[in-house]
Ligand binder design. Structure first.
Ligand SMILES: Nc1nc2c(c(=O)[nH]1)N[C@H]1C(S)=C(S)[C@@H](COP(=O)(O)O)O[C@H]1N2
Ligand SMILES: [Mo]
Length: 259
């Protein structure tokens, strides 16, 4: 026992091959147990940490928040997402996520309710938005589940919509919150990304009205973000200086989910 432990402290050049193998094996096992122990205790420690207000373990949320503040400082929110040619856009567009789409949609009664800071609510129909300048975007839609697809959307630039409805005061706040009419799905968006020139309040896909499961009559298309933020079937839209509730954030995802 003492013998092979002693080898550890003897220079390699002074050992024969067998002794060298033993030395290397002992050292390898030592590090194996140290790291396995650290992983095990780390994991135990993490499990005993309390949850943050958003439902994730505090140390994990703290690490995410630090990453987020670093990257939001070094990455610009003004860059344009790469656009593609119409011929490259998928004809069969993948459907993913039906939260908030399961309840009945009364098309005639539907409105987008926009809550202003003075408490007033504006009701907006798709026709109203179609009278505003149309913007199209063809980009590579990315889902955090690991798939992506070039897709083609049309609607009104969020920033044009803000101007047309006199929402300057609202857009001076830090966040936009959106939810489906039944409130089953909801997202929060930082104002910089909402006002980004490729962000649209979207009523068309491949030049046609949105299919039901793709968010008819109105959805958000926000190419600077992962799919989770592209809320389908907008019911209510509001503005706030605090982070609006966000469905996937509450389940441990990054609040910004930017690309
Ligand atoms: N209302 C609602 N919108 C949603 C979701 C959802 O579950 N409900 N899922 C999101 C996710 S995770 C993705 S990837 C995209 C998918 O959009 P698509 O079905 O048009 O491909 O919608 C987003 N918007
Ligand atoms: Mo997604």
């Amino acid at each position: 026992m003492a013998n092979f432990l002693k080898n550890i402290f003897i220079k390699n050049s002074k050992l024969n091959v067998d002794q060298l193998i033993i030395k290397k094996t002992v050292i390898s096992f030592f590090f194996f147990f140290v790291f396995a122990g650290a992983a095990f205790w780390g994991w135990k420690w993490l499990r005993h940490q309390s949850n943050s207000a958003e439902g994730t373990r505090k140390p994990l949320r703290t690490a995410l928040n630090i990453n987020e503040s670093i990257f939001s400082k070094i990455l610009s929110d003004k860059h344009l997402t790469k656009e593609y040619d119409r011929s490259q856009a998928a004809q069969r567009v993948r459907v993913n996520g039906k939260l908030g789409l399961r309840s009945n949609l009364d098309t005639a009664a539907w409105n987008m309710y926009v809550v202003k800071t003075n408490g007033d609510t504006i009701k907006i129909k798709v026709d109203d938005l179609q009278r505003l300048p149309k913007t199209e975007v063809i980009f590579n839609f990315k889902c955090i589940e690991g798939w992506n697809q070039v897709t083609y959307w049309g609607g009104v630039r969020f920033s044009d919509f803000v101007k047309a409805y006199g929402l300057e005061k609202e857009s001076a706040l830090k966040y936009v919150g959106l939810s489906t009419p039944d409130k089953e799905y909801y997202v929060g968006i930082d104002m910089g990304s909402a006002m980004h020139p490729q962000t649209i309040v979207c009523y068309e896909m491949n030049g046609q009205p949105l299919p039901l499961d793709q968010g008819y009559p109105l959805r958000l298309i926000i190419p600077v973000k992962y799919g989770i933020k592209h809320l389908k079937r907008i019911g209510t839209l509001f503005f706030d200086n605090n982070r609006p509730p966000d469905y996937w954030y509450e389940r441990g995802y990054d609040y910004f989910s930017g690309l």
